[in-house]
Design a binder for this molecule. Structure first.
Ligand SMILES: Nc1ncnc2c1ncn2[C@@H]1O[C@H](COP(=O)(O)OP(=O)(O)OP(=O)(O)O)[C@@H](O)[C@H]1O
Length: 244
């Protein structure tokens, strides 16, 4: 892990009407670091990640990605930053009418990442190999298990070689063994590509396996932060409730 911050968030606030969701969020994500964010449903974890990629505009505060304030960028500059951020949605978000191969080719073509068909093929195969799913290349999403769909979703994120990956509940809905495999993959990606990640999760095993640090979001702010070991040994009842 290096000292450079790839994401810096300062006093971020966001309300929907009178409903205050983010009430002053601060976060530094370092190059090569994985941070897990824990917190009850509805506390604003997804809203925070959507602010980072510019899908939601915060009311006040600052988000710097690679040292650039995302709210002061032109549309073109924001596009450049977005290319460096991969976002793994909760459901994997595959196109049901396309094969696995076509699902992966899609982002490559859209971003003009490859010069020709051969390069597209190489990128698709490399990404599928990374998640152990090359044999499923011609399958339809409906033929895949939940864990396989998550893997393909991860392959589709990885194919664009992002510097930062935002994982929104990567193991939700999976059995413990498959969850463990996805957590392993998240770690492998961090080690292989030196990516920095924010992992939103309710899965404590996933948080323990994948994160260098954890943050606990309660009522729109980070109530606690530390390593898994530090937080799991906390005497604070609010914190320890998450580690039972
Ligand atoms: N576009 C929106 N308009 C109005 N309210 C919204 C919008 N997006 C999110 N919210 C509200 O913000 C709150 C936080 O939602 P968010 O999805 O961030 O929760 P979360 O912490 O990610 O929950 P979960 O763990 O269940 O995914 C919720 O009360 C939600 O209804």
């Amino acid at each position: 892990m290096e000292n450079e911050n790839v994401i810096e968030i300062r006093n971020l606030k966001k309300a929907f009407g009178k409903n205050e969701i983010l009430k002053g969020i601060n976060l530094n994500l370092k190059k090569g670091e994985n941070i897990a964010i824990l917190g009850q449903s509805g506390t604003g974890k997804s809203v925070l990640t959507k602010c980072i990629v510019g899908l939601i505009y915060a009311d006040s505060g600052e988000i710097n990605v690679f040292g650039k304030n995302v709210y002061s960028l032109t549309t073109g500059e924001l596009e450049e930053i977005r290319k460096k951020i991969g976002y793994l949605f909760q459901g994997g978000a595959l196109y049901d009418s396309m094969t696995v191969k076509q699902n992966l080719e899609f982002p490559v073509r859209r971003t003009q990442l490859a010069k020709n068909k051969k390069e597209v093929k190489e990128l698709v195969e490399e990404a599928l190999e990374n998640v152990g799913l090359l044999p499923a290349i011609n399958k339809m999403p409906s033929e895949l298990s939940g864990g396989m769909k998550k893997r393909v979703g991860l392959a589709r994120t990885l194919i664009l070689k992002p510097d930062i990956i935002l994982y929104d509940e990567p193991t939700t809905g999976l059995d413990p063994v498959t969850s463990g495999e996805i957590s392993e993959l998240i770690l492998e990606v961090q080690e292989k590509y030196n990516t920095s990640s924010i992992i939103i999760t309710h899965d404590m095993k996933c948080a323990e396996m994948t994160s260098n640090r954890l943050k606990l979001m309660i009522d729109g702010v980070f109530y606690a932060k530390g390593t898994f070991e530090e937080l799991s040994n906390s005497n604070d009842k609010v914190i320890s409730a998450y580690f039972k």
